[in-house]
Design a protein around this ligand. Structure first.
Ligand code: CTP
Length: 391
């Protein structure tokens, strides 16, 4: 596995090279990211030698995008030692150096922190509150232990030993990849249905929900075939294979081809139900006062088609964007299209639906289960959906 070890400025930083050495010995590939203060306690040369890779400590090196490449590269981020300062920064969303910026970008994958500080600092309500915030976001912690501290006192605050941290890494990685070896299909974004060489019928779908789903599935270890209509989004997770399409018929062809090899599919695309009957290969001229009639014909229903193809071991999940009689309509779609789950968005909910970064959903199961989410980011909603439909 690819592990990023983040090191912050506490005396326990002297144990970081030993941690890196043990992670490498356990078969992991390691890259280090250190704060400026950490480099007062442990040298760049030491960290680069034990990890065998360049250290990341300058936010503006490589054009200022290294935190994003490292986030894509890493399967897990371990911060050891984690000072009260870095814990407070992450809890407050502060990103003012290489490591804190990486920590904010590192979403959808496990983060383990090994706090180390003086016992009075550890007991401070601000530190305890910040840690509670991090834990509520799913960040894991190991230690600190009780014992002699570098400042000459003793109490709670010693960083967990490298062996214990390596053990936690192994446990978390096992739990973090429950979908390893599975392939999933995701559809995302709008479809464009051509009218002529310069015009189309489209919709406002941004693709954000589908891309977040692909990221959450890949983060859980799955290989993902992401079939997306036109969007400005990009997905850099190495386990996501992005297939860009334009029309509903192209999306249909890509999805039908990919589905048989998949453990399941989540269809979040906003597919045009109709397309113009014919598409002019030139730009249509305006036709004057009498107006213009565009005849539309129905597109194939990708979700219903996959529902018909599905075998007993496969899971199929659809979306329903409803404005009226939401539950009734969603339940109807679940049954008609032979789905295992349907994720319902109500356009009546503020903050849910097209374009925005948040969503609020109800997940209905064919087994009668029903789960309602609060308003969350699309990334959090994606993780909730993936946990529900893959368990
Ligand atoms: N869908 C699809 N192919 C289509 C139309 C829709 O795969 N041609 C999928 C969407 O990706 C979504 C689900 O079907 O997962 C719900 O789409 P929606 O348009 O809400 O449902 P319809 O069955 O088209 O019903 P209606 O338009 O009557 O609401």
């Amino acid at each position: 596995m690819h592990i990023v070890v983040g090191i912050t400025g506490g005396i326990a930083a002297y144990k970081a090279p030993e941690l890196v050495r043990q992670l490498v010995k356990a078969g992991h590939t390691v890259r280090c990211a250190a704060t400026e203060h950490a480099l007062q306690f442990v040298t760049r040369v030491t960290l680069e030698t034990v990890s065998g890779a360049p250290l990341y400590s300058d936010l503006f090196a490589s054009g200022g995008t290294e935190h994003i490449s490292l986030k894509d590269w890493g399967d897990m981020l371990v911060v050891a030692p984690a000072t009260a300062n870095i814990i407070g920064k992450v809890a407050s969303g502060i990103a003012d150096d290489a490591l804190s910026t990486l920590l904010l970008a590192f979403s959808g994958k496990p983060v383990l922190m090994a706090p180390a500080m003086n016992s009075l600092m550890w007991a401070h309500p601000a530190v305890q509150r910040n840690l509670a915030t991090l834990r509520s976001w799913g960040i894991h912690t190991v230690g600190p232990a009780e014992g002699e501290l570098a400042c000459g006192t003793s109490g709670v605050g010693r960083m967990a030993e490298p062996e214990e941290i390596v053990g936690q890494v192994a446990t978390l990685l096992q739990h973090a990849e429950p979908l390893a070896g599975q392939r999933w299909l995701v559809t995302a974004g709008p479809t464009y249905e051509r009218i002529d060489s310069v015009r189309f019928i489209g919709n406002y779908s941004s693709g954000k929900m589908g891309f977040a789903l692909a990221d959450a599935l890949a983060g859980a270890g799955a290989d993902v075939e992401l079939v997306s209509g036109p969007t400005h989004l990009d997905c850099r997770h190495p386990r996501v294979h992005l297939v860009r399409v334009e029309s509903a018929r192209e999306m249909y062809a890509a999805a039908v081809e990919a589905f048989p090899a998949c453990r399941g599919a989540i269809l979040s695309a906003a597919v045009a139900d109709y397309r113009p009957e014919s598409c002019a290969d030139h730009k249509l001229k305006k036709q004057g006062d009498e107006g213009m009639t565009l005849r539309l014909v129905q597109n194939p229903d990708i979700l219903a088609t996959l529902g018909g193809m599905k075998n007993a071991g496969q899971r199929l999940v659809g979306f329903a964007l409803e404005t009226d009689h939401e539950l009734e309509n969603a339940q109807g779609k679940l049954e008609r299209k032979h789905l295992d789950y349907i994720v319902m968005n109500s356009l009546r909910d503020a903050g849910a639906g097209f374009g925005v970064d948040t969503n609020k959903v109800t997940i209905l199961g064919a087994d009668g289960s029903r789960e309602e989410s609060p308003l969350l980011s699309k990334q959090e909603i994606a993780r909730l959906i993936v946990n529900t439909v893959t368990s």
